[in-house]
Ligand binder design. Structure first.
Ligand SMILES: *Cc1c(COP(=O)(O)O)cnc(C)c1O
Length: 368
């Protein structure tokens, strides 16, 4: 057995909600290049972020992100630190002038956090909340209560913990700002609808340590606030995200993932693969006569984070433990909601989902 296939054979099926599973071929490439990158005699991670080796990686990652996501020229692509969590506050700092407001959809744990963190900066309006319904569905446009004068509507395109997604981007007559962290680049994005979209890269694209922000360039500097330079989009854009030392490791790996995605056929192909994985898993849930139960509204079901319940919590605990024994790990639902969560991001192979579905059938047969 050669080394590569041996290592692939010992890897588990990783259903982690974030950080995510990454393509084995890319992990192997990183391993092979790790000590001596492209003949420079050191790791890329030890070299200057202003040196030619890193510059080529950085520039290619920017260009490939634009190509893959179809980002128009009048939008900036920013590679930033602080995760999606910092964006909750950094977005109003950059996009809202003193006295301006925005409306937010509170669709789950992340929508709620975007609102509460943003409110540390300025007054924001809750245009809808799913709290009374256990965050089991996404709302439709007719239910939105958008505050007059709102500069934008903030949406969470996929709620990672609750397991719901916006099946389509809402058709509203104001620009949107989208937290796309957990379905970033898993489907095509209609940029004409978004002033800004952002995603922590650890859910679909790379190791943790970075958030990608795509923002309409004519909005940069519009808040008129005197921001610390590290928080000012205009400063980062003017410096191609090199105003200070960038997160070189996630950028390096993401660059490889982007090339892998482009070669595989782009966002349409990844949307198709996600739908295929989701259909397989929801099919297994729906055909179990309620033994496995999806707690969320069918039209809002996530294609990335598939949550389900078993008849009782003891069974759920055993399901997670026995699945782990069968090399299927990180299936425990978020501690705030319980149950099971299978996160099936871009790099999740269909075979891993098939393995889970077959485990589900066996577990039910043994315990029904
Ligand atoms: C994970 C996640 C976040 C938080 O991301 P960090 O990079 O950990 O700050 C925000 N929003 C959504 C939808 C997420 O899934």
């Amino acid at each position: 057995m050669n080394t590569a296939s041996h290592e692939a054979a010992t890897r588990v099926h990783n259903f982690c909600a974030g950080p995510c599973t990454l393509p084995v071929s890319i992990l192997e490439e990183v391993r092979d290049e790790f000590l001596d990158f492209d003949g420079i005699g050191m790791s890329l991670l030890e070299d200057s972020h202003r040196a030619p080796a890193y510059d080529a990686v950085h520039t290619a990652a920017m260009a490939d992100f634009r190509t893959l996501a179809g980002v128009p020229d009048d939008y900036a692509v920013l590679f930033l630190q602080g995760g999606a969590t910092l964006q909750f506050a950094q977005i109003p700092m950059n996009l809202l002038a003193d006295g301006e407001t925005a409306s937010h959809l509170n669709t789950g744990a992340w929508g709620k956090k975007a609102l509460s963190e943003g409110r540390r900066v300025t007054d924001l309006h809750e245009a809808w909340t799913g709290v009374g319904e256990g965050f089991a569905r996404m709302p439709s446009v007719g239910e939105f209560d958008i505050a007059e004068g709102s500069r934008y509507l903030h949406v969470t395109t996929n709620e990672t913990i609750g397991g719901i997604r916006l099946p389509a981007y809402p058709d509203v007559d104001l620009p949107m700002v989208g937290d796309m962290s957990s379905d970033f680049l898993s489907r095509p994005i209609d940029w004409s609808r978004f002033d800004l979209a952002y995603g922590g890269v650890q859910k679909n694209l790379a190791p943790a340590g970075m958030v990608v922000v795509v923002v309409r360039r004519d909005l940069l500097g519009r808040s008129g606030r005197d921001l610390p330079s590290a928080l000012d989009y205009a400063v980062q854009d003017a410096n191609d995200s090199l105003a200070n030392t960038p997160p070189m490791f996630p950028i390096w790996v993401m660059g490889k993932v982007l090339k892998w995605m482009i070669a595989a056929g782009g966002l349409g192909e990844f949307e198709r693969r996600a739908a295929e994985r989701a259909a397989l898993l929801y099919g297994a849930i729906d055909s179990s006569d309620g033994w496995y139960l999806s707690p969320v509204d069918e039209a809002s079901r996530s294609h990335m984070n598939i949550v389900f319940r078993l008849p009782d919590e003891d069974l759920e605990e055993r399901f997670v433990a026995e699945a782990a024994d069968a090399d299927m790990v990180n299936l425990k639902g978020h501690r705030s909601v319980g149950g099971i969560r299978a996160s099936v991001y871009n790099a999740m192979a269909l075979e891993s989902v098939e393995a889970l579905v077959s485990f589900m059938a066996g577990f039910r047969a043994a315990n029904d």
